[in-house]
Design a protein around this ligand. Sequence first.
Ligand SMILES: Nc1ncnc2c1ncn2[C@@H]1O[C@H](COP(=O)(O)OP(=O)(O)O)[C@@H](O)[C@H]1O
Ligand SMILES: [Mg+2]
Length: 384
Amino acid sequence: MMTTDSSGDVRLSGIGKTYGSFTAVHPLDLTVPQGSFFALLGASGCGKTTTLRMIAGLEEPSSGTVHLGDQDVTHLPPYKRPVNTVFQSYALFPHLDIFENVAFGLRRRGIKSVKKQVDEMLELVQLGEQARKKPHQLSGGQQQRVAVARALINHPKVLLLDEPLGALDLKLRRQMQLELKRIQTEVGITFIHVTHDQEEAMTMADTVAVMNAGRVEQLGSPTDLYENPQTTFVANFLGTSNLIEAEVDSKTGGEIVVRAGGGKLLLPEARCSASTTTGGKVLVGVRPEKISLAHADDAGEISEARNRITGKIVDSSFIGVSTQYVVDSPACPGFEVYAQNIDRDPRLVPGAEVVLHWSPAHTFGLDAAQDIDAGVETVEEEAA
Ligand SMILES: Nc1ncnc2c1ncn2[C@@H]1O[C@H](COP(=O)(O)OP(=O)(O)O)[C@@H](O)[C@H]1O
Ligand SMILES: [Mg+2]
């Protein structure tokens, strides 16, 4: 068989899944290019696992097709697809040592001389020293690396990972994110990684598909999603956005002038995903780290070219690299501002009257007909 560079592409065409009258995944078109590290990101219940299971062949789609390269695998059973899955529960064989756990896939295929391949895999996941230990003698992170080695030894074209780091504590999770990224770069096969953790998706993936209620809401590189969110859900789910309800005043040379909280702001037309007409509403967004904070007494020193709103500091938390302020403003309650700790102004404390200012270029515009709080994580959701 001739192999081409696209033989590890995953192509989903109109793939969807319903359970009775409930739609878990709306018909979806998605191409994951060979060799990429792709993340499906979204809150619990949005359809990530269902999508992954349809690629693996563990779930029958209600509509659409799955292609791997040129091959239509929609009706192939899981074991006939060049795909392997790593789950959150490592499901290692407890009575077998690490070497035999990794060798399992080869032995099952009747391959006798497994040593070279298993050693290579253990080297890849940096567990060469642990070959003769049993799973329970390893840490959670090490066990998950065994699971990755066991999945990769069959040389799948695509590795699917379903919240593989979910059981690990935060520090180990951060280490494993870098470790998995290194492994993917080294083997060069397509990884599709499911996670509800936006930092994890942004750290690891070349391309992230943000899912919401069974749909891909936006797809792009981490920087593109962060800097150019197209919906309130993406703006709020990836990091934090300040969203201001504004009215379109006028348009001049590529810039939209909007009115909010008694003042005017400039919004580059090219960064506006909403259709805007004069008098119409638009949501104006700006990220917390793009904003400078000045004491009201220094307002005269701020350049006229900056967007500005006034407000009062209601909260500030010092977190080492930065101080995070919450500012109440007529334009927007609970405005968030992250200031790098360089020279701290001792007047910037709760109760202080301040001016927030930022470059119009850092302003984006969203359709006002959306829920302004979509994708905002609540305390209960984070605890779940
Ligand atoms: N076998 C099933 N029967 C009925 N509903 C299901 C089944 N599997 C999943 N669902 C529902 O489909 C939705 C998506 O589930 P899932 O893909 O597991 O979400 P995620 O992995 O993003 O948390 C959820 O609302 C879930 O309850
Ligand atoms: Mg899931």
